[in-house]
Design a protein around this ligand. Structure first.
Ligand code: ADP
Ligand code: MG
Length: 253
C-alpha cells in the first residue's frame, strides 16, 4: 500500500530566505502526525505546500501515491497547472487557525459548499451528508445558524465538518486551537481525537504537547526549514536527542 502522504526534498525559498530546506516526510494511512517547531520554522509553509497553496522550488509531494506537488516528465520536474492543483487540493482537507468559514452562509451551507462546488453530490445528498457530519462534531442544532452566532470552538468544529465533507484522503490542521479561548480548546481537540481514533489520516501543527503525546503516532520537530528530529511521541517528546528539540520543549511545556 502506498503512503498517504510522501514528501521528498521539499525546498522553498522566499527571496534569499530558504523556508523549507529539503524536507522528507512520509505519513502512513490512518496515522496521526504532529508537527512541532518554533514560530517561523516553516510549519505553515509546509502545510500550504502539501495543499498546493504554495509551489515548491524543488522536490515533490505525493498524496495517496499520486504526485501532486510537481509532475515528472522524463527526469524533469514540472509544476501542476492551476486546474490540476485545484483538483488535487480536493483530496486534502485543510483546517486553519482562524476557522475561515464563509460569514454569509449558514453552518450547514458552509459544510455542503465543497461537495456542491465539486459536483460530488445533489443538493439533497449533500444536505444529508452535511447533517451527519454536523451531528458527528456535535453541531446539528446549529445547522441554520451563521458563523458569527457561534463560539470560536463551535466555528472550528464546523470547519472540521466542512473539511470532512469532501471525504479527503488526508486532513491537515494548522494550529487549530491557538486562536481559541483556553476553555474552548478541549472541545476542538476532542473532535480531532475522535477523527484520529476513527483512522482518518491527520497531520497537525500544534503547540499542545500533551495532546500530541496522547494522539500522535509520529512527532516531527521542525526548525529553520529542516526536520531536526522525528519518531514516536515517546521518543521525541520524552527523550529528545537534539539540543534544539530540548530547548523548544523546555519553553512550551
Ligand atoms: P511557522 O508556521 O512555523 O511559524 P511559516 O511557514 O509561517 O512558519 O514561515 C516560515 C518563514 O517564512 C518565516 O520567516 C516567514 O516570515 C516566512 N514567510 C512565510 N510566508 C511568506 C511569504 N508569503 N513571503 C515571504 N516570507 C514568508
Ligand atoms: Mg504557522
Amino acid at each position: 500500500m502506498s503512503a498517504a502522504l510522501e514528501i521528498h526534498n521539499a525546498t522553498k525559498s522566499y527571496g534569499a530566505h530558504r523556508v523549507l530546506d529539503g524536507i522528507d516526510l512520509t505519513v502512513e494511512p490512518g496515522q496521526t502526525t504532529a508537527i512541532l517547531g518554533p514560530s517561523g520554522s516553516g510549519k505553515s509553509t509546509l502545510l500550504r505546500v502539501i495543499n498546493q497553496l504554495e509551489r515548491l522550488d524543488a522536490g515533490y509531494v505525493q498524496v495517496g501515491g499520486e504526485l501532486i506537488g510537481v509532475r515528472i516528465r522524463g527526469n524533469r520536474f514540472k509544476q501542476l497547472s492551476d486546474r490540476e492543483a485545484l483538483k488535487q487540493r480536493a483530496k486534502i482537507g485543510f483546517v486553519f487557525q482562524s476557522f475561515n468559514l464563509f460569514p454569509h452562509l449558514t453552518i450547514l451551507d458552509n459544510v455542503i459548499e465543497g461537495p456542491l462546488a465539486h459536483k460530488r453530490a445533489t443538493k439533497q445528498e449533500a444536505r444529508e451528508q452535511g447533517e451527519r457530519l454536523l451531528a458527528r462534531v456535535g453541531l446539528l442544532d446549529k445547522a441554520q445558524s451563521y458563523p458569527r452566532q457561534l463560539s470560536g470552538g463551535q466555528q472550528q468544529r464546523a470547519a472540521i465538518a466542512r473539511a470532512l465533507a469532501l471525504e479527503p484522503e488526508l486532513i491537515v490542521f494548522d494550529e487549530p486551537t491557538s486562536a481559541l479561548d483556553p476553555e474552548l480548546v478541549g472541545e476542538v481537540l476532542g473532535v480531532v481525537r475522535d477523527l484520529a481514533k476513527s483512522g482518518t489520516t491527520l497531520v497537525i501543527v500544534t503547540h499542545e504537547i500533551g495532546f500530541a503525546r496522547e494522539v500522535a503516532d509520529r512527532v516531527v520537530f521542525l526548525d529553520a526549514g529542516r526536520i531536526v528530529e522525528q519518531g514516536s511521541a515517546a521518543d521525541v517528546l520524552d527523550n529528545p536527542r537534539h539540543q534544539r528539540t530540548k530547548d523548544f520543549l523546555s519553553k512550551v511545556l
